[in-house]
Design a protein around this ligand. Structure first.
Ligand code: HEC
Length: 231
């Protein structure tokens, strides 16, 4: 595990250095990902079942964080994991677009995104993904703890703690940047071939028609109480 963690860190670092050449607007958004580390985060009774197999086994009791300082270490781990996933996804997306255009990048995304999410989850000892009120990939459905925040379209970060286990959970908004329009914009902004590629992969897609600056969705991260990150 340690060997593979290091190798993943090298990959993530390579992707991160690439992102330095991209605009902050692009960095505010992560392009293609399947936001699921392994299983579904969607049911409150199954929230321990995904990439971090040692997660929750008892009924969750989520409440807002009342002492922000008390979760500083978990928040830092969430931020690190989100940054790693973001860098890796964005690096691979940009490389795929460069190599073959947007329509073929959709295929790359569909295959690499779930793997990246799993790698980051394993490496960082968290559960992580992305979700939306207008999903492209139905597997990216909303974790149970995030449902209220998604319903009210939370435009600011949300932090919750599970009284039952001490797991920290956070949701952070993702806004649409100009480079996203080619795959998430209105019909006249979609790149060549994207409509057909989406119809093939995601017949129930609801993730086009966004404008720059729109709330596209959220990153979510769950960080267990124990500091078990294998770095
Ligand atoms: C090459 C086309 C492409 C581009 C460009 C792109 N996306 Fe996506 N996006 C996808 C695909 C394909 C998925 C579904 C991937 C999956 O989860 O399997 C997706 C999924 C998502 C999701 C996860 C929620 C869901 O609906 O499944 C979010 C959030 C998202 N994109 C935001 C963005 C943002 C923000 C940008 C701009 C930085 C962007 N995307 C650029 C193709 C693209």
């Amino acid at each position: 595990m340690f060997r593979s963690s290091r190798s993943r860190h090298r990959i993530i670092s390579a992707a991160a250095s690439r992102t330095l050449t991209l605009s902050a607007a692009v960095l505010a958004a992560v392009a293609c990902t399947k936001s699921e580390p392994a299983d579904s985060p969607s049911s409150s009774t199954a929230e321990g079942g995904a990439a971090s197999s040692d997660a929750l086994t008892v009924a969750a009791a989520w409440r807002p964080v009342d002492d922000p300082d008390a979760v500083a270490a978990q928040r830092a781990r969430a931020d690190a994991a989100r940054g790693a996933m973001f860098a890796s996804l964005l690096g691979e997306l940009m490389a795929a677009i460069d190599a073959g255009g947007h329509a073929s990048a959709i295929d790359v995304c569909a295959e690499r995104a779930p793997a990246i999410a799993r790698e980051v989850a394993d490496t960082q000892g968290v559960r992580i993904g992305r979700t939306s009120h207008r999903l492209r990939n139905p597997d990216n459905r909303v974790p149970a703890w995030a449902a209220d925040a998604v319903d009210r379209r939370a435009a600011e970060p949300v932090e919750l703690i599970d009284d039952a286990t001490g797991t920290f959970a956070t949701l952070t908004p993702i806004r649409l940047a100009p480079p996203c329009l080619a795959c998430h914009g209105p019909a006249d902004a979609l790149a060549d071939g994207v409509v057909d590629a989406l119809a093939g992969r995601y017949p129930d897609d609801t993730a086009t028609g966004f404008a720059e600056g729109d709330l596209r969705g959220w990153f979510w991260v769950e960080v267990p109480d124990e500091p078990d990150t294998p770095t």
